[in-house]
Design a protein around this ligand. Structure first.
Ligand code: PMP
Length: 358
């Protein structure tokens, strides 16, 4: 199967073919150095250029204002479930967490070690359909250091709109939607994302944080979790995950060349339309999320029976379509469609979803 296949896993996830080809070349010799990208030192000029370029692309892609730092931090998004409260607590006593699914709940549980967490249930259920409560109706505790939400719930397949206005800084876990969603960065205090879904490979995370929030860090925060230190040292605090940073820079360049975030969003909508139409047209499948809150990135659905699910997964695998197993906590099928997922792969899979019968 191998190279003919298409990969729909939730993350680590499919990378665009040209990015993988570039990586292949650079594994032996990186640009005009005589060494592999795998051997490149984190204090080298070539690596400084990689980070500078990555920052440059990221700033341009989202028109990030000058009073925001772009940080590259070793480790995944889970690290920031602890780092966010430690960095942003200041003299506040509580933070509000909007609960919309598995990942937002996990972030809230981690934060409880450091602060009083006020949880607001961001979902409602009507006529068997789940929908998100509009951010304008979130109840945010007035003493909150920040309000945390998860715009794209990767496991539950739920998409929640960005808040436009908030009395306290908004913190967003954008692990499965950064570079796939329009944003006005100025509406946020802090955005974080693991790299392995939409902008590269595992081992690296990106933090975009407003300057004035950097003086709130708790004194006992581990150095590698301190956003202020990362800002001060241009993200080279210790040995950087050089290869992961390099892949991220290639991804940012690729997204820019494709037309930027708006092009990614348009491609994403197109993929999602094809997949959800196939799900809705076949009564073997059910998805209980209200159409306006369905994730365009992770389509999650259940079969009438486990046999339907197994039939689809087996048939798909035989055709080289893999990574479709639902998350172990929710079962069913999950189709993850990130920036590296070609439309032809989605069309092929949609035909199969539409044709399954028992
Ligand atoms: N938040 C979200 C929304 C995610 O999808 C994930 C990973 N699936 C995480 C956090 C955890 O990321 P990591 O494994 O990089 O810690």
């Amino acid at each position: 199967m191998g190279h003919q296949g298409h990969y729909f896993a939730a993350g680590p996830a499919a990378l665009p073919a040209p990015v993988k080809q570039q990586i292949q070349d650079d594994i032996l010799h990186y640009q005009d150095t005589s060494i592999s990208i795998l051997e490149l030192g984190h204090r080298s000029e070539a690596f400084t250029n990689i980070l500078n370029q990555a920052r440059h692309y990221m700033r341009a892609l989202y028109a990030i204002p000058d009073n925001y730092q772009i940080l590259f931090v070793q480790g995944g998004a889970t690290l920031h479930f602890d780092a966010v409260p430690l960095n942003l607590l200041g003299s506040y006593t509580c933070a509000t967490y909007i609960d919309t699914g598995l990942w937002s709940a996990k972030a809230a549980r981690s934060a409880q070690k450091y602060i009083q967490v006020e949880t607001f249930n961001g979902l409602q259920s009507q006529a068997g359909r789940q929908s998100c409560i509009d951010p304008s109706e979130w109840v945010i505790h007035p003493d909150s250091a920040y309000v945390h939400f998860t715009p794209n719930e990767t496991v539950d397949g739920i998409n929640c709109a960005n808040p436009i206005k908030s009395p306290v800084p908004v913190v967003a876990d954008m692990t499965s939607c950064l570079l796939m969603r329009e944003l006005n960065v100025a509406d946020f205090g802090c955005i974080y994302s693991g790299a392995q879904k939409t902008l590269g490979i595992a081992g690296l995370s990106v933090v975009i944080v407003r300057d004035d929030l950097l003086d709130r860090v708790h004194a006992s925060t581990p150095e590698l979790c301190r956003y202020d230190l990362h800002a001060q040292h241009q993200s080279i605090v210790n040995t950087s995950p050089v290869f992961a940073c390099y892949v991220m820079q290639l991804m940012l360049q690729w997204v820019s060349e494709q037309g930027g975030v708006s092009a990614m969003v348009a491609a994403s909508r197109q993929r999602a339309k094809i997949i959800y139409e196939a799900i809705d047209a076949n009564e073997c499948w059910s998805n209980t999320v209200a159409p306006e809150n369905r994730s365009v990135i992770n389509a999650v659905f259940q079969g009438q029976s486990q046999a339907h699910v197994e039939k689809l997964l087996t048939q798909a695998e035989a055709c080289g379509l893999t990574g479709l197993q639902g998350h172990r906590k929710v079962g069913g099928v999950r189709v993850s469609m990130y920036n590296g997922t070609p439309l032809c792969a989605v069309e092929k899979l949609a035909d199969m979803i539409g044709s399954i019968r028992l």
